[in-house]
Write a protein that binds this ligand. Structure first.
Ligand SMILES: Nc1nc2c(ncn2[C@@H]2O[C@H](COP(=O)(O)OP(=O)(O)OP(=O)(O)O)[C@@H](O)[C@H]2O)c(=O)[nH]1
Ligand SMILES: [Mg+2]
Length: 380
């Protein structure tokens, strides 16, 4: 009995204790003192102010893909491309003769000196000098504008006197026999493979079915380089593994193109110096081998010349012309050279028509050569 009372009293004590502590916590958290209420209100107000500040700040948008938009660059204009050449030619003439009065004696010598250092070639220099010295009256020689227009007409006359100058090899393309075969030759690094890529692109854009043939069997990376260009231009490539004879590549490419209805075969060749007789002979052989299939092939034999090589380009062209009978020239790297005057040299000395100009490294950077436009840009 006593034991029961002890348990009962113990239970009561625990119950009262629990109630007391529950009451304390109720009073502590729900019934707040005035001080506590004031602190809480201040905190709330501060939080609202802070939220308003965040709202005022413009949101920073982080795009999912922060890649710059790809805007295709337009190919540079000829006027822009020729600025280096223009500065070293007409720019220099203008600077040294401005305000000189009548151009005679020492001024004529200065003019001659500038012309000789402009990579024009001796024949062109004589013609240009003559157009000022003998064809202008004393009065006319006093005007820089008259001198300019006389030089410009002479430049135009030199360029247009070459048969087929500025003719595009794509002229009447659709009506020509299939496949047209173009062989591209030149010294090492002139820009042959790049130019083939550009030509392939141009032809493909005009709807032609194009095959590029990896006739440079000499340089290890040559096939791979041409493959990259063929992918860019979205044209087919003929590049057999392990074939070391460029004649065999050209032959098989032309054969395949004829069988499969290609419109154009562009044959890349290994770079070689015009002085390497055996390698020049090799090119003759490539040509002969193709002619067994098609006596008219190659329909175009185009030399690629680096404009930076200046007068040496004329020596190269002469030798390649003697060996292969060139049908046209393409000057590359006209952008960023001061030696573009060599285009005139090629016309007046060798009568080889320039058909395209390379004006940059991209696929679109190939422009048709137009004599008037060239003369215009040279004297702008
Ligand atoms: N700026 C500029 N660079 C060019 C032009 N054409 C070609 N190039 C550059 O010239 C370099 C040589 O070009 P390639 O096409 O490999 O020359 P290649 O004649 O095939 O050379 P090989 O096969 O070694 O004889 C490359 O870096 C090209 O990008 C052009 O018109 N302008
Ligand atoms: Mg090459």
């Amino acid at each position: 009995m006593e034991m029961d009372i002890v348990i009962l009293l113990g239970g009561l004590a625990v119950g009262v204790g629990t109630l007391a502590s529950a009451g304390y916590y109720f009073a502590r958290y729900l019934i707040k003192t005035d001080d506590e209420k004031a602190i809480e209100q201040a905190r709330e107000a501060a939080a609202i102010e802070a939220a308003k500040e965040v709202e005022k700040t413009p949101a920073t948008v982080i795009p999912l893909r922060a890649e710059p938009a790809i805007v295709p660059e337009p190919p540079p204009t000829l006027d822009h491309t020729l600025r280096g050449t223009r500065d070293s030619f007409w720019g220099k003439i203008q600077k040294s003769l401005l305000g000189a009065g009548e151009i005679e004696g020492s001024q004529l010598e200065t003019l001659e000196e500038i012309l000789y250092t402009s990579d024009l070639g001796t024949t062109t220099v004589s013609r240009l000098l003559d157009s000022v010295e003998s064809q202008l009256s004393r009065q006319e020689k006093k005007s820089l504008d008259v001198v300019k227009s006389s030089l410009k007409s002479e430049v135009e006359a030199i360029l247009t006197s070459v048969p087929k100058m500025g003719r595009s090899p794509f002229e009447n393309f659709a009506t020509r026999t299939k496949p047209q075969v173009w062989m591209v030759v030149g010294v090492n690094g002139a820009g042959k493979t790049t130019t083939i890529g550009k030509l392939a692109h141009l032809a493909a854009q005009q709807g032609a079915k194009v095959l590029v043939a990896a006739g440079d069997t000499f340089r290890a990376a040559a096939q791979a380089q041409l493959r990259v260009w063929s992918e860019r231009a979205q044209v087919e490539i003929f590049a057999p593994e392990g074939v070391t004879d460029p004649g065999a590549v050209a032959f098989d490419a032309v054969k395949m193109a004829a069988a499969r209805g290609y419109d154009l075969v562009l044959i890349d060749t290994a770079g070689r110096l015009h002085t390497q007789e055996n390698l020049m002979e090799e090119l003759k052989k490539v040509k002969r081998v193709m002619q067994k299939l098609n006596p008219e092939a190659p329909h175009e034999t185009l030399i690629v010349l680096d404009a930076n090589s200046g007068q040496n380009a004329l020596v190269q062209a002469q030798k390649f012309h003697d060996t292969l009978k060139l049908s046209g020239a393409i000057f590359t790297k006209m952008d960023g050279t001061a030696k573009g005057g060599v285009v005139l040299g090629l016309a007046s000395q060798l009568q080889i028509p320039t058909v395209f100009l390379g004006v940059g490294e991209s696929m679109d950077a190939l422009t048709s050569f137009k004599p008037q436009e060239f003369a215009e840009a040279l004297f702008h």
